[in-house]
Design a binder for this molecule. Sequence first.
Ligand SMILES: C[S@@+](CC[C@H](N)C(=O)[O-])C[C@H]1O[C@@H](n2cnc3c(N)ncnc32)[C@H](O)[C@@H]1O
Length: 357
Amino acid sequence: MAKPKTSFIKAFEPILIKAWGSYQDNFDDNLLRKTREALSYIRRVYRFKGELGAESPTRIDFRESKNRAGYLAAFGERHAYLAYAHLKRVQAINPTVIPMPDAHGELTVTLVGAGPAIETYGLCLFYNESTHELKRLTLNLIEKVREWQPARELVISGLIKEVLPKVDIFSIPIEADIKEANCVQTFAAHHDSLVSTQILIIYNVLNEIESMYASVVLRNLSYIIRQCEQLLLVLLAEPTALNAWPRIKWIRELLLQYSTVLIDKLNEEIKFSEEPARIALTGLNERLFSRAIEKNPPVFETSLKRVILACQTVPPEPFSSQRYEQLRRLLLKRDRKGRIVKEPVTPVTDYQLPLFS
Ligand SMILES: C[S@@+](CC[C@H](N)C(=O)[O-])C[C@H]1O[C@@H](n2cnc3c(N)ncnc32)[C@H](O)[C@@H]1O
């Protein structure tokens, strides 16, 4: 890969400042203090273990800038590298299942619970690590909170384009709440783009949806998976907290049953200790997490524990071949007692069969 123009953490600082809605060039002590507080709040909520009175991740209001900034500070760098680490693991198991950009270097990816779409960073890093394979990325961004949009634009223009070789990113925001039954109508309105999905990324979102909605969520996600017109790589990574399990198990079971499973780990630790996905106590990280700067800073974290899944689904045939055979036989000429008079030498082809709705 061409040498990056700058490092992730350097490009990340202005994004985090703007996520607060501030126009400062650098973090001053006041903004650093506010960021540490917001970060600690977000971490506390995500560690929710169901204790009485504890706030649950389902309650975080991402319409508030302090929560978006706290989220980016707490998880931004680790979530940016997650897709890279995930794809590397899949590649080590079976490189042929990784969808390749087409002859023009184009790839279509759908993110569920996109938020700031920070996983795009790891995706571009993976595809362009050795050659400039990915040139144009279409992103379907399924997200219920509209306020993430500006942060997402910053991530794309200020982070990915700053650090990584040029990738034209064409984003399609799909404003939808995947726990709502009418979500399928919104997906249908974006049919043309969703059916082209080659990778479906479900990261850190199911954890935020109450388990009572699990069946609707499953129906909505299955809708996307079933619409896809080509082989689809599904990547799922969700926090492993006990309370998150009922929200993940349905989709996991469905995928285990109907797809080729490549990775199925229930409590995997992903360490970000090696280049190009190494998290170091430098730059903004140092100012946020170092004891040399703040007496009681938040803990500096360089790994993630996740339920990790990767699988490949095959697009369903409109009809199974057995069904075609039944239809073919129905069309054959019969005598008055219903016996087949004569089988044609060349079988009837699919397009000669009547169409079913
Ligand atoms: C923790 S963030 C994850 C963002 C990103 N995927 C990542 O891994 O960093 C979860 C995102 O899912 C969104 N979300 C939560 N529930 C949702 C729902 N029912 N429908 C659509 N988006 C949802 C939240 O608004 C938030 O932006």
